[in-house]
Design a protein around this ligand. Structure first.
Ligand SMILES: Cc1cc2nc3c(=O)[nH]c(=O)nc-3n(C[C@H](O)[C@H](O)[C@H](O)COP(=O)(O)O)c2cc1C
Length: 336
């Protein structure tokens, strides 16, 4: 029995990949994850703004259009101290220290001049590039089509720069996800990561001001990913990877049953440390033994293969009152 699988044509010893974050920017953390058996790693993101800052100017403090809380400070700091050359060094060091596939990550919002850096990333030894395209759709004068075209242009340009596979990590703010996934695949994306989890502002009702929210996901959030993995893996041969809300082995198993080629984990690594990796892979291993599956391919997409149509994934309303009747009222608690 084996947990081996492939993603973007790369051989993974198991389907659990560390998603991009500042944890995957530190060689000692990466090493620790490797020791706990991580299947692959997506390095911390190099930001388009950081590349341009390195090439041209330092980013303005006020340019607050990032989707991550740490991003502005991070970009400013890194642009000063750790530009492109440090990122390339991180790739080289990680490749030297670890056996697993190393995927570089670029956080970008335009198909601009930065794209030629992809070639440097390839030359530094990265096995693949993940584009975290995060265009914030908050401008009423820009059409959805224009935004989607920017995504497609970015992929086109980067794919033309390199021979290594390119994947795209997207959020779920699209009118028609199958259409954008189809266009990204046609543009050359070999994998689609569903979904990026964006910064979610909160309000402090005592200070009456915006406040920093909890940046970590909850496992319930994986339900959105599950639906779209189920639907999209049915329609496309492009590799699809599940991200957001995966904390335990059963979360990973569900995504693979829905058709995911692999899963990415991030919040669980912050909250519980690298030991979460072996807990997840051991759990998948035990479950596979119990079910008699010899390989990941034995059960990948099995839920779709068993059912004849995709209607259950597509259903959006609770049509039967019995759903409500199943919920028994519980005593209300003030902290809920
Ligand atoms: C503190 C923090 C920093 C992150 N930084 C990045 C980043 O630089 N690039 C990126 O693509 N995703 C970044 N992410 C998103 C994660 O890779 C992941 O997509 C998201 O957290 C959902 O997965 P999870 O539920 O396992 O945490 C970050 C997440 C967190 C919590």
């Amino acid at each position: 029995m084996s947990l081996e699988t492939s993603y973007l044509g790369l051989k993974l010893k198991n389907p659990v990949i560390a998603g991009s974050s500042s944890l995957t920017g530190k060689i000692e953390k990466i090493q620790e994850m490797a020791d706990h058996g991580i299947g692959g790693i997506v390095l911390k993101s190099l930001y388009e703004e950081q590349i341009m800052a390195d090439l041209e100017k330092l980013i303005e403090q006020e340019e607050m259009y990032f989707w991550y809380p740490e991003a502005t400070e991070y970009v400013n700091q890194l642009a000063k101290n750790e530009g492109i050359s440090q990122y390339l060094q991180l790739i080289r060091e990680t490749k030297k220290a670890c056996q697993m596939p190393v995927i570089a990550s670029i956080n970008c919002i335009t198909a601009g001049a930065w794209t030629h850096i992809a070639k440097n990333i390839e030359d530094a030894g990265a096995d693949a590039i993940e584009l975290n395209i995060a265009i914030f759709p908050a401008n009423q004068t820009v059409t959805s089509l224009e935004i989607e075209n920017e995504y497609i242009q970015i992929v086109h340009k980067v794919v033309n720069e390199v021979k290594i596979p390119v994947s795209v990590k997207i959020g779920f703010y699209f009118t028609n996800l199958p259409a954008i996934v189809s266009h990204l695949s046609e543009a050359g994306a070999k994998g689609i990561v569903l979904f990026n989890r964006f910064y979610r502002p909160d309000i402090d009702i005592n200070k009456i001001e915006l406040t920093t929210p909890n940046v970590f996901s909850a496992s319930e959030e994986s339900a959105i990913t599950l639906r779209w993995i189920g639907l999209l893996s049915e329609k496309f041969t492009t590799n699809i990877i599940a991200s957001t809300g995966i904390y335990r082995y059963d979360h990973a198993v569900k995504q693979i049953l829905a058709g995911a080629n692999a899963v990415q984990i991030c919040s669980v690594l912050y909250k519980y440390g690298s030991k979460a990796i072996s807990q997840i892979t051991d759990g998948i291993d035990i479950w596979m033994k119990e079910k008699g599956f010899k390989s990941i391919e034995d059960f990948r997409g099995l839920v779709n293969r068993k059912s004849v149509n995709t209607m259950q994934w597509e259903r959006i309303h609770f049509m039967m009152r019995s759903n409500e009747q199943m919920v028994k009222p519980v005593k209300w608690q003030a902290d809920e």
